[in-house]
Design a binder for this molecule. Structure first.
Ligand SMILES: NC(=O)c1ccc[n+]([C@@H]2O[C@H](COP(=O)([O-])OP(=O)(O)OC[C@H]3O[C@@H](n4cnc5c(N)ncnc54)[C@H](O)[C@@H]3O)[C@@H](O)[C@H]2O)c1
Length: 384
């Protein structure tokens, strides 16, 4: 082959390779996951912009039993989706791959089961079910149908969680002894379900700290708790004056491996001007103590502003890990949806969400009986 022919041949091959790459790229570009959102209330205002921001996700359906909400959100966010007043109609409607469950907590389990039975992956707001047994059955169902199931929260995705986990794993804090987490505000005002049976401050608020502390320290082996109702009556937007049936105040002790003990405190009667917006919060909500150092997470574990690390007898504590790295607490459904398209495993783990659900149930049992409750669930750990 002379030089001219060689150049021509390689140019043609090069062009063919380029064309192949363009086609591959186009195919990858076209690979998207079709998402249906059920529950178009308060939190959908956070989820929809996240989902719509992804090139790998297309929101094709919106559903709410208060149908006008599905229609309104479709318009508000220019979703261009089909809208439905009921899950059955949505499952029979436009095809989709993953359901994102953002409804009242009490119906998550039933709705998630329907979606899995219909062959859909599921991302569920917390809790993924009302009981551990119901959640475990959902996971077994998902596995048997080769589907994926995930549960909020997404706190393990934050760079601050990663920083704390790596600091613990590196041994910088010495032997870990104790940790504490707290989260509370004066309670949601818009919906009664937060205060009805199956609601409560543990699945709504304590769940974040439980996910963070078990994520950092490993699965809990047993639980002791005291829960109470401080405010027996509330006035909420959807039902007016209601009786509070679920705990609005809870203290939960967790026993981890190697005799580590952690504590979570959560409630709906805690004055905190930063309760829903943590961007400017300078106080800490999580603390971890070892015999060579301690760490305090500034802000909340769902929206973090850095970690104060104290490992010196002589130097002042240092503010570390202040970069949020794009993390947002409402990113969970987007991240797992994209992970399905890309064929990668996200850090969020359904076994972890299930473990936290078992903790919540055990805490209620412990408070009712005065007993220490042993747990059976575990999850892959360390997470980072
Ligand atoms: N609001 C927040 O800031 C926030 C933050 C994080 C997590 N969450 C979680 O998100 C979930 C929803 O909370 P929210 O504050 O958005 O509540 P919300 O009351 O504002 O919205 C819930 C929506 O679900 C709809 N719904 C109820 N049952 C349904 C069913 N069977 N089928 C279809 N739609 C149904 C309701 O009509 C309502 O519009 C809860 O699990 C909550 O813990 C909320």
């Amino acid at each position: 082959m002379n030089r001219r022919d060689f150049v021509k041949a390689t140019a043609i091959t090069g062009a063919a390779v380029l064309l192949d790459n363009i086609e591959l790229f186009a195919a990858a570009e076209e690979k998207i996951i079709r998402v249906a959102v059920i529950g178009c209330g308060s939190v959908s205002n956070r989820y929809l912009p996240q989902l719509l921001s992804s090139k790998l996700i297309k929101v094709v359906s919106l559903c709410d039993i208060k149908y006008d909400r599905a229609v309104a959100q479709n318009k508000q966010y220019n979703v261009n989706a089909e809208t439905y007043p009921h899950i059955d109609a949505m499952l029979k409607g436009v095809p989709f791959d993953m359901m994102v469950t953002l409804t009242d907590m009490q119906v998550h389990g039933d709705l998630n089961k329907k979606a899995l039975l219909a062959g859909k992956h599921v991302w569920s707001e917390k809790p993924m079910a009302n009981t551990y047994a119901e959640g475990k059955a959902l996971l077994d169902l998902a596995k048997s149908k080769k589907l994926r199931l995930w549960g909020a929260p997404a706190v393990v995705n934050s760079p601050q969680f990663e920083f704390m986990s790596k600091t613990i794993q590196s041994g910088k804090l010495g032997r870990i002894a104790s940790a504490h987490g707290q989260y509370g505000h004066t309670g949601p005002t818009w919906s009664a379900f937060f205060y009805e049976k199956g609601g409560g401050s543990m699945p709504d608020l304590g769940v974040y700290n439980m996910a963070t502390l078990t994520g950092l320290l490993g699965p809990a082996k047993s639980v002791m708790a005291m829960t109470s109702i401080v405010n027996p009556e509330r006035t909420v937007d959807d039902k007016g004056k209601i009786k509070v049936e679920a705990e609005d105040n809870a203290h939960i002790l967790l026993e981890h491996d190697k005799n580590v003990i952690s504590h979570v405190m959560c409630g709906f009667n805690y004055f905190d001007p930063h309760g829903h917006e943590a961007g400017t919060q300078s106080l800490h909500s999580i603390q971890v103590y070892g015999d060579y150092g301690n760490m305090r997470l500034i802000g909340y574990d769902w929206e973090t502003n850095g970690v104060v690390l104290d490992t010196s007898w002589t130097e002042p504590p240092k503010l570390m890990s202040t970069d949020k790295g794009g993390y947002e607490w409402q990113e969970g459904a987007r991240v797992v949806g994209e992970s399905i398209v890309k064929g990668i495993e996200p850090r969020i783990n359904v076994g972890h969400a299930l473990h936290v659900l078992e903790i919540i149930e055990a805490a209620r049992k412990s408070s009712a009986t005065g007993m220490k409750i042993k747990l059976k669930s575990k999850f892959p750990w360390p997470m980072v």
